[in-house]
Design a protein around this ligand. Sequence first.
Ligand code: NAI
Length: 253
Amino acid sequence: MNELFSVQGKIVLVSGGSRGIGRAIAEAFHLEGARVVVSARNELSLKGTGLDYQVCDVADSGQIAACVDAVARKYGRINALFNVAGINFRFAAEIFPESRLDEILAVNVRGNYLMASRCGKVMVKQGRGKIVNIASLHTHESLPGVSVYGTSKGAIGSMTRALAVEWAAHNVQVNAIAPGFIRTDLNAALWERPEMRAWVEQRTPARRLGAPHDLVGTAIFLASAASDFLTGQVIYVDGGFTAGSPWPLEIPR
Ligand code: NAI
């Protein structure tokens, strides 16, 4: 691969990488020659995958510190963090259970912030690094029933800009990938419903749901030297969902 886009030999930590989007990113970086550490709440069976792992519940600041410090100690540096851990619960805003609100904010906002902060400490010291947060199309627009998730993903957008500005002079770039509708365990039940699939296919210019591998190219770009002057941006990888909608008008061509 061209040097510019190479992630060969880079130490990459994927937080929340046991499945779904995080796992796809972890496997892709491994294939491209990076040393990948997946962190997850429970011990993972990663035998034969070539991936390393650390236990880390991002709702626990002590576990975050221990995880990041262990990776930095073992490999001597951390080149990139993918902040992927995230959860969602759907309720109407007028009855949103406080306990669920706390859970979402503890993982999606507090956990991701503390993870970025701890990795940032290592990266500022080493004078380089890449942090890639996972935002959402909810960072840009809303749908009913997900007001707390939307709040948390809005915060990811602000956090991405805030950390980018704070660390730019230290050669640490902070960006976010905002996936559109990606079929994973997080939402599998939703996309089994034909009316939901029909809605997304009709509403998305690309006319399909995304898959985790659709995010991999942007992930590699954001961890490579090709993005060294790109920071504080939220990149929507959503088949055009946030750009606009198709319509049934016949277009002469
Ligand atoms: P998923 O449910 O398959 O993956 C979420 C990951 O986060 C899992 O590995 C889970 O174990 C981990 N996690 C949850 N709580 C954790 C905690 N306390 N500590 C450590 N890890 C924890 O879902 P998916 O779809 O792969 O989601 C990954 C990220 O992408 C999330 O931040 C999600 O909000 C975001 N996203 C997903 C979209 C989709 O359509 N699937 C769209 C937009 C954003």
